[in-house]
Design a protein around this ligand. Sequence first.
Ligand code: UD1
Length: 427
Amino acid sequence: MQFLEIEGGKALHGRIGISGAKNAVLKLMAACLLTAGECVIRNVPRIRDVRTMVEILRGLGAKVEWEESGEMRITSGEELTFEAPDKSARQMRASIQVLGPLLARLRRARIAHPGGCAIGARPVDLHLMGLRKMGAVLVEEYGYISGWCRELTGQDIYLDYPSVGATENLMMAAALAKGTTVIYNGAREPEIIEVQNFLNCMGAKIRGAGTDIIRITGVDELHGADYTVVPDRIEAGTFMVAAAITGGELILAPVIMDHLQLVVAKLREAGVVVEAEGESVYVKGSHRLAALTLRSAPYPGFPTDMQPQFTAMLTKADGISLVSESVYTNRFHHVDELVRMGADIAVDGRLAIIRGPRRLTGAQVQAGDLRAGAAVVLAALAADGITQIGGVEHIDRGYERLEEKLRLAGALVARRESVTVEEPVLV
Ligand code: UD1
């Protein structure tokens, strides 16, 4: 078992490069199932979730080559099958994104039901509702979702909630459906625009991504494409908080500031300096951060994927901060770990009440999920003494070369092997 060991209390300084966006790349990879042509995706981050999606695509019969440079080539030729490999599909909820493309291309699909998840109930009812409306027969039994259709037809689809994954799955299915599909109350995340742009490069006819009404006119066939994915806004936001919480100064690039409007507004409200110049962003922390009130919400609201990192930062802010989580039912796993490090946080349902500033001290903690892991890493960077963080595999799902990037900015971080299976051993 691996764990991260961080000796905190060092202000971070320097430049950090931002990798390609995980949540966009995974969907573009699934979209490659829609064509027999070769697709090239550039700027693909070397993270565990991408490796899992590679295994899923290969298990489905696609050919995937992934260069050290981050260039990925995917060809989903004649060998394509409709049964997603179980083990990899169960490892990651984003595996559900192959359902729409498989139904559109092969008219059949079978995938392990993604089930629940550490951050709360995560049903896929909206994905299934939309695909059923387009003509698919979908059966959920024995832990699988199986589907088939004679053809998919364009429909007006109303989403009760602007689900990111459902919007993307339906866009991909509708790209090869007969007629026009209109998705109402679709998600507006930047990743949806990435899916639209990629599909349009493949010959699809989609407009409206970035708004809550997306129109997709189906075409008979899609072809290969060559596409460079945008930088990861959540990775950039996480390093912004790293500068803020350690009172350091970082230059991050490339960053698309438009994707981080509310994150930057909240950092500035807390007293952090954030200045953009072209694709670079300069972030300077403050030794006196102000308390904040924030609520996660679908884009352009405050991203739920930045909530844990801000919760960590606000333990150092002066006064009482209120953080409410509206997207997931159970996304405060990081709180117990932060309390173990000296934070004063009370959770009442979906609200966290954070009293600061508190002196954080190193402890043995766990990364319960990907962003909870990021939150404890950030707290560890600001804590006095040594923190050991177990559950590193969660952090590896979404952060490329995290220790290396932090070390370049002056952090004392090491990845170590634990001799026990259960918990890292204190040395
Ligand atoms: C994506 C992101 C994830 C981010 C989330 C919200 C990827 C791989 N993951 O996840 O990092 O936290 O967007 O920004 O892109 N819901 C339903 N029924 C459905 C689908 C969703 O009720 O059919 C609910 C979920 O339970 C959840 C909320 O909608 O409470 C948000 O989920 P959704 O927007 O679908 O997130 P994901 O696409 O799974």
